[in-house]
Design a protein around this ligand. Sequence first.
Ligand code: NAD
Length: 245
Amino acid sequence: ATRSRAHKKCTVIGGSGFLGQHLVQKLLEKGFTVNILDVRKTFDKQGVQFFTADLCSKEDVLPAFQDVSVVFHCASPAPSSDNRELFYKVNYTGTKTIIEACKEAGVQKLVLTSSASVVFEGTDLKNGSEDLPYAEKPIDYYSQTKILQEKEVLRANNPDENFMTVAIRPHGIFGPQDPHLVPVLVQAAKSGKMKFMIGDGKNLVDFTYVDNVVHGLILAAENLHPNSPICGKAYHITNDEPIPF
Ligand code: NAD
């Protein structure tokens, strides 16, 4: 009984955030018990235990990983925060801490929310596959730390030791409670920054509905087992065709 209970328990790092909250909701519907590890607590829900802590502190992270089989990593400083030190500390160093804590606590699966920006060099990509190399010149420092983070997570994959990792790479995520994409666009429009056009108006951008990202994360977790071909790999996720922006 202990085993099956442990199997149904997972931790969502960044579970108070936009994507994290949608993921938590779906996991609860699927019968999981959920721990949330986040620096802030934005809601209360039955079946959810909150661990209000910084993911950079291993001793604070470990209690949130006890008896947990899957950890979903959905935390990051907001891309718009433009704080290089914080991006490096949380996305890179903090992710290394999470990997160590997973191993110490006996977590079997780590599912990372990466970003499609890890392969973006500033030129349009259409049907960009996972064979694309990491960007040599990422478009910003946030993306640079998402590359460092993803590399660490995928490198940590070790099915022989019963620790398996995978990364999902969405681009822009939209849906209810989105704090970044649409509000930032609206703010830009209000302050007159939308009067300019960069490029010829045919630049491509890719958006994914939040529940589709959640679906991808859960499919990744469900299919991560020692003999699975997805171990240690990254997957792009999108709705359909990219649209002109
Ligand atoms: P969000 O800002 O809504 O949520 C992130 C959460 O992480 C917040 O609740 C925040 O408090 C938490 N957090 C930040 N630093 C932390 C720390 N040091 N310790 C513990 N918790 C911390 O962002 P989101 O849109 O839900 O993004 C989730 C993930 O998806 C991120 O990894 C992000 O890089 C990735 N992503 C987002 C988008 C998008 O368009 N929103 C696109 C591609 C990838």
